[in-house]
Design a protein around this ligand. Structure first.
Ligand code: GLC
Length: 527
């Protein structure tokens, strides 16, 4: 921890708002900025500290805002810059921070920069994107420069008739990759960050940070020997040369220096890499991003021994100055309640909110929302549309927040852009607020406890022996000593937790020596 004491983003809790689905105020069935402002009291009352809002910038919405057409504007669907300023001020009045979603790897193909870039080979912005000549195949046919595959399937190169070159897109063809090796582009993008920092935003979540620099020689990626039909097309190759290149750390450091020049701001990096690679994004001397997202819980097999090992390995791998963080879900991955079932989603919430490190909560998880099945004629997600039926569609986790039992769940006055959860009349904020045993009550109570007990937010963590289906650990800070015991199964579990006073239970009484099925407890140690 730094000499100046813990930072807000170390003790605090981040909450991800997917703006299309949070609260609509203008009746178009899509959420907006005034809607988020309207719900700030809910968020403050829940007990979170910061909101990360998925992209709100002007965009053709081919990838729902992750295709940005102007880095310093607000999409009219979400409101205006003035709406944003009002939201930010209202959040700050409630001591809530706001993080925006910065998408630096690629823009929309409708961004004026790309229109210029593709207009001619000599345009000054040509080199702001990644253009390459075709390769001639054995039979004289035109081939892309290499074998790289888009994360949405198919070749990552798109032929441009007018200028007779290919451009590179790690994502959709409508999302051309920006060339971060070009100093002018780099300056323009850092200026865009500055624009929002100047307005007072508290930080950014940085989209696909590990993709931003590609190997200078554009070598073929090695084939993945483990690829089988049914796996996503992108996994046919290993992204050895198209991602995670050493020069990316210079960019992270530039962004970090910029953030630090504004004081207490934070950068959270989206990075899907194995733990040992992930650690590099903290920077050798802590000059990288503050929080490289740790997504391990999203893919983890749900068993005590595995989680015990994962936490231990992650803690051991952290650099000395690195602060940990944990995530259960986001707008790209299946919801926790669907992955482990609702009773264990309560245990997962306890793990998220009592483990050492900054937690990020995905909107709706606090209600126990599950993935919503989307009828084929309602599918919106480009990933599902391009590779249907493989189970990678993201619409099921992006459905509207159910606020109450009024028409359209209080989300909108008209038909929402995606269907509501089928149980919305019972599973909504209003109903769960009044139920002591609800998932919402569990989240609120845990967040309250976490605020009251600095050992839970800032304390050290010591794993206690894992046996059977029990995961137990201790959090300590000064003389404060708190023990957490989690039963990861639906069977009773004997346990030998140190004696303590019960501070919290996920449900049911605590009988020392035993945890009930799906029970988690937090004890204040009296030993
Ligand atoms: C990130 C976003 C995802 C988006 C992709 C391309 O992974 O989380 O939603 O589709 O980047 O920008």
């Amino acid at each position: 921890m730094s000499m100046s004491g813990p930072k807000w983003w170390q003790s605090g809790v981040i909450y991800q708002v997917y703006p299309r689905s949070f609260q609509d105020t203008n009746g178009d069935g899509i959420g907006d900025l005034p809607g988020i402002e309207w719900r700030l009291d809910y968020l403050a009352g829940l007990g979170v500290d910061a909101l990360w809002i998925s992209p709100i910038f002007p965009s053709p919405m081919v990838d729902f805002g992750y295709d940005v057409a102007d880095y310093t504007g607000v999409h009219p669907m979400f409101g205006t810059l003035a709406d944003f300023d009002r939201l930010l001020a209202a959040a700050h009045d409630r001591e809530l921070k706001i993080l925006l979603d910065f998408v630096p790897n690629h823009s929309s193909d409708q961004h004026p920069w790309f229109r210029e870039s593709r207009s001619s080979r000599t345009n000054p912005k040509r080199d702001w994107y990644i253009w390459r000549d075709a390769v001639t195949g054995a039979n004289g046919e035109r081939l892309p420069p290499n074998n790289w595959i888009s994360d949405f399937g198919g070749p990552a190169w798109e032929w441009d008739e007018k200028t007779s070159q290919y451009y590179y897109h790690a994502m959709l063809r409508e999302q051309p990759d920006l060339n971060w090796r070009n100093p002018d582009l780099r300056r323009a993008m850092l200026d865009a960050m500055r624009f929002w920092f100047d307005r007072g935003v508290d930080g950014f979540r940085v989209d696909i940070l590990w993709h931003m620099i590609k190997a200078a020689d554009f070598r073929d990626n090695p084939l993945n020997p483990d690829w089988k039909p049914g796996m996503a097309d992108m996994h046919k190759v290993l992204q050895l040369h198209s991602t995670d290149q050493p020069e990316v750390f210079e960019i992270a450091a530039e962004m970090r220096a910029l953030a630090d020049s504004y004081g207490d701001r934070v950068l959270v990096g989206e990075i899907y890499l194995p733990v040992e690679r992930l650690m590099a994004y903290y920077g050798k001397q802590g000059e990288g991003v503050h929080l490289p997202f740790n997504f391990q819980l999203i893919d983890a097999p749900w068993d005590a021994a595995g989680l015990h090992r994962m936490v231990g390995d992650y803690e051991a791998a952290l650099p000395e100055t690195g602060w940990p963080n944990w995530v259960l879900g986001n707008h790209d991955r299946p919801r926790i309640a669907s992955r482990v079932g609702e009773p264990q989603a309560r245990i997962a919430a306890m793990l998220l909110l009592t483990m050492r490190g900054t937690p990020t909560i995905y909107y709706g998880d606090e209600l126990g929302l599950a993935d919503v099945s989307i009828p084929p004629d309602k599918v919106q997600d480009p990933r599902e549309l391009r590779e249907p039926g493989l189970g990678f569609g993201r619409d099921p986790v992006r459905t509207p927040m159910p606020w109450d039992a009024s028409p359209h769940a209080g989300f909108s006055t008209s038909e929402p852009w995606l269907p509501l959860n089928p149980d919305w009349q019972l599973r909504n904020v209003a109903v769960e607020s009044g139920e002591p045993g609800s998932m919402l009550a569990l989240y609120r109570d845990l967040l309250t406890l976490r605020r009251a007990r600095p050992a839970l937010s800032l304390g050290d963590v010591h794993l206690l022996a894992a046996h059977g289906d029990m995961l137990a650990y201790e959090r300590t800070r000064g003389t404060e000593r708190i023990v957490i015991g989690l039963n990861l199964s639906d069977r009773p579990q004997s346990c030998d937790l140190p004696p303590g006073r019960l501070l919290f239970t996920s449900g049911g009484d605590y009988v020392p020596g035993r945890l009930a099925p799906d029970q988690g407890v937090v004890l204040e140690s009296v030993a």
